[in-house]
Write a protein that binds this ligand. Structure first.
Ligand code: SF4
Ligand code: SF4
Length: 126
């Protein structure tokens, strides 16, 4: 999570140049004074990259598992099937909506799109 002081700095560029980590940005929501990004960090560069973010005053959380779906809340509307960038949701022949969590890249797009709040992005402190 970005802080107001960090928002003007080219942090990602600096960290990539310093660590040579191939960071993949899954989602970025950066405003004028704060922001949030979901990124993939290669395992061998993980500690180094996280330390650099923290040294620059950013809050870092680990998304340690894919989206979780509450089947009791899901009404099988299918909205998530059209919004997920990697096709983790699928409408079956019987019109049920199935979910393949192993495909999820944790971009978080489906969480806000789901009309019944059936989807949750689980995060934890590291
Ligand atoms: S958007 Fe939500 S309610 Fe609709 S199918 Fe997906 S998980 Fe279920
Ligand atoms: S978080 Fe992103 S990748 Fe994962 S299921 Fe939702 S839309 Fe798909």
């Amino acid at each position: 999570m970005y802080t107001p002081s960090a928002i003007q700095e080219p942090l990602i560029a600096e960290i990539i140049l310093a660590t040579r980590a191939k960071i993949n940005i899954n989602r970025a929501d950066i405003g004028a004074v704060s922001g949030e990004m979901i990124i993939d960090i290669p395992e061998d560069k993980y500690n180094q990259v996280v330390r650099m973010f923290r040294d620059k005053g950013l809050k870092v959380s680990l998304l340690h598992r894919p989206i979780v779906r509450d089947d009791n809340r899901c009404v099988m509307c299918g909205i998530c099937t059209s919004i997920c960038p990697i096709g983790a949701f699928k409408i079956e022949k019987d019109w049920s909506v199935t979910f393949e969590p192993e495909k999820c890249i944790q971009c978080g797009v489906c969480v806000s799109a789901c009309p019944t709040s059936a989807l949750e992005l689980s995060e934890g402190e590291i």
